[in-house]
Design a binder for this molecule. Structure first.
Ligand code: TXA
Ligand code: MG
Length: 331
């Protein structure tokens, strides 16, 4: 793992405070950060990512004391999750205060907040002493970056600094839970398994989109679409078409087929390239390898990538969600 020096972090912090865009390592994926209270800087995030203005950003904080200026209230159940899982791969949505610019929240009356666990991210945020709005540091709809090189490849010339903290260990974006409504609602499955959250606060409501299994990326229904504007069916797309299909299903009629396997497979006839996410079938290992494997297969300019779904439990729920979205094209 690459360890940035204090002066790298100092430099990144100075650039961000000066209104610049800094991509930084987190334990989930790399974020593209701007001062959340500086509308001009935040506007550049949307431009650089080519992200639609209706898709709100997560605000990153280094200390839970930073929450109170940003949010109106933190319900008791959310407080329990914060005690247990922050810093970590959990984003919580609350009613926002006027301090949070509407651009950050895409006009929503709520704000999403996360305290990342990566030591570089925490050091960086502590030095800037400002909440940092940061989406994943990829072009909109593309595969999220889990290394500094992924960021440079996608956004290189358009941003001001990349704070390299090595490969992201969790490898999937944070789990997003909304506390602004009547009951806690899972808006996005992610790096913190739903079961762990339910173990602390009991039942959590699922949106259709968040509950999708590997075979189908259902979009949120009309009523929920406004609460989860980022849950577009087509997302995380490789350039190469990606199809989720079980082991043993007939191969498509294509010259160069890649395989994105969960575990090693016996019959590799017909595949031009193979990525195995976990030798032992470990979902955490598979999650941490997923996006890097997708980036590698994509770079080979194959005709099609066949991906295997994984057990829909724990982190498997988020892996299946990302695969389903990556496979959802043109409809
Ligand atoms: O792990 C992560 O969450 C990474 C790292 C960089 O922290 N960030 C990330 O950001 O994945 P992004 O922008 O790619 O995804 C943020 C998700 C989107 O689905 C967005 O719609 C949702 O969070 N979101 C943000 N603010 C929201 C709000 N006020 N209400 C509902 N959803 C919100
Ligand atoms: Mg993203």
């Amino acid at each position: 793992m690459n360890c940035p020096t204090g002066s790298d972090i100092e430099r990144a912090a100075a650039i961000l405070v000066g209104g610049g865009l800094v991509a930084f390592a987190t334990e989930t994926v790399y974020g593209l950060g701007a001062n959340a209270l500086d509308v001009k800087a935040v506007a550049r995030i949307f431009e650089v990512k080519a992200r639609p203005r209706f898709d709100p950003l997560i605000v990153h904080i280094a200390d839970r004391n930073w929450l109170s200026p940003l949010v109106v209230e933190v319900p008791e159940a959310a407080r329990r999750l914060i005690d247990r899982f922050w810093p970590g791969p959990l984003t919580l949505v609350f009613p926002k205060t006027n301090r949070v610019p509407d651009l950050v929240t895409a006009g929503l009356p709520t704000v999403a907040v996360r305290m990342p666990a990566h030591p570089t991210a925490l050091d960086f945020l502590s030095r800037v002493e400002i909440p940092v709005a940061a989406p994943s540091a990829n072009r909109f709809g593309k595969v999220s970056p889990t290394t500094a090189q992924h960021v440079v490849d996608q956004l290189g010339g358009d941003i001001d600094y990349v704070l390299d903290g090595g490969a992201s260990i969790v490898g999937l974006e944070s789990t997003v839970v909304d506390f602004s409504g009547d009951s806690p609602t899972l808006l996005r499955p992610g790096g913190l398994p739903l079961e762990k959250i339910q173990g602390v606060i009991g039942p959590v409501r699922l949106l259709d989109a968040a509950n999708s299994t590997g075979s189908k990326a259902a979009g949120p229904d009309q009523a929920d679409a406004q609460r989860a504007p980022g849950m577009l069916a087509q997302h995380y797309a490789t350039q190469t078409p990606l199809v989720v299909a079980p082991c043993g299903s007939p191969l498509p009629n294509a010259a160069r087929i890649g395989l994105l396997a969960f575990v090693p497979e016996f019959d590799l006839d017909g595949f031009a390239a193979v990525e195995v996410l976990s030798l032992q079938g470990d979902l955490a290992e598979a999650a941490s390898n997923l996006f890097a494997a997708m980036h590698r297969l994509d770079a080979l300019r194959l005709d099609v990538i066949i991906a295997r779904g994984v057990p829909n439990i724990g982190l498997g729920r988020a892996i299946n969600d990302r695969l389903a979205r990556a496979s959802h094209r043109g409809d």
